[in-house]
Design a protein around this ligand. Sequence first.
Ligand SMILES: Nc1ncnc2c1ncn2[C@@H]1O[C@H](COP(=O)(O)OP(=O)(O)O)[C@@H](O)[C@H]1O
Ligand SMILES: [Mg+2]
Length: 285
Amino acid sequence: MSRDDNTNKADNRNHHAVIELKNVTKKFGTKVVLNHISLNIEKGKTTVVIGPSGCGKTVLIKHMIVLLRPSDGEVYYESGRIDDLSEIELNKVRTHYGFLFQGGALFDSLSVRDNILFPLKQHHKISDWEKAEELVKAKLAMVGLDGYQKYYPMNLSGGQRKRVALARAIALNPEVILYDEPTTGLDPIRSDVINELILKLQRELSVTSVVVTHDMKSAYKVADRIIMLHNGKVIADGDAEHIRNHPHPTVQQFINGQVSEDDLAVLRMSGSVSQAQFLPRDFEQ
Ligand SMILES: Nc1ncnc2c1ncn2[C@@H]1O[C@H](COP(=O)(O)OP(=O)(O)O)[C@@H](O)[C@H]1O
Ligand SMILES: [Mg+2]
């Protein structure tokens, strides 16, 4: 299914948008990172954002929770405008979100249990400790780590730390989970555990997920919808099948892991690769 040219307007009406970006532009100085982006994130679906390093994926999802404010345009959560709210008001909205950000580290000085209780303590006064322990247990069980309550992050593997961070992200029963490169730095097997968890959380908690990744295997596995960002614009938008067959050469280059002519030009300019050493066809599969 394609949405590249808004062919699915009728379809859009049937899907409730949890998050909506309206004509969002983000500039840092004169550099335009997001260029008039309009996007609906549909309830209960997993939307994957792909694109090369530095194209603005993190900037895009930070707008969805207003960790960055747009230079122009608007952001809505459940039909209410949020980009113009105060930090105090935003913190209330953010309780509906769980996020797993790049390097979104656990607190090293806190046990696994206390890491998971942290967001709870921030927003509620815990009076029923038995219930709180139950909650920690349930969240850890969701990610397959019940029993690890007393561990400290330094005693966990990279994959386990990601899973604890995910347990913490779901501590407040979020409606939306934002994942920024959740499988980066993990080996293929541990990456797949994270992919399975993303699918499981969507299935069992009916959350809406937005996943940033440059790992196409992961994208195809978890996505209901894939969006590709390039030069500040959404250049492809549809299901896995649509992306696989997309006619845009930049999309094909990216999903097939090929080096673009632009990248090669940069390498040649720096003098590190001579023209004779690598030709585009060398990277073709
Ligand atoms: N706070 C910031 N100040 C200035 N430039 C930024 C800031 N955050 C991101 N950028 C720039 O915006 C671009 C997109 O960054 P990012 O969204 O992190 O890319 P990626 O797609 O790899 O996640 C990059 O060129 C980055 O340098
Ligand atoms: Mg990023």
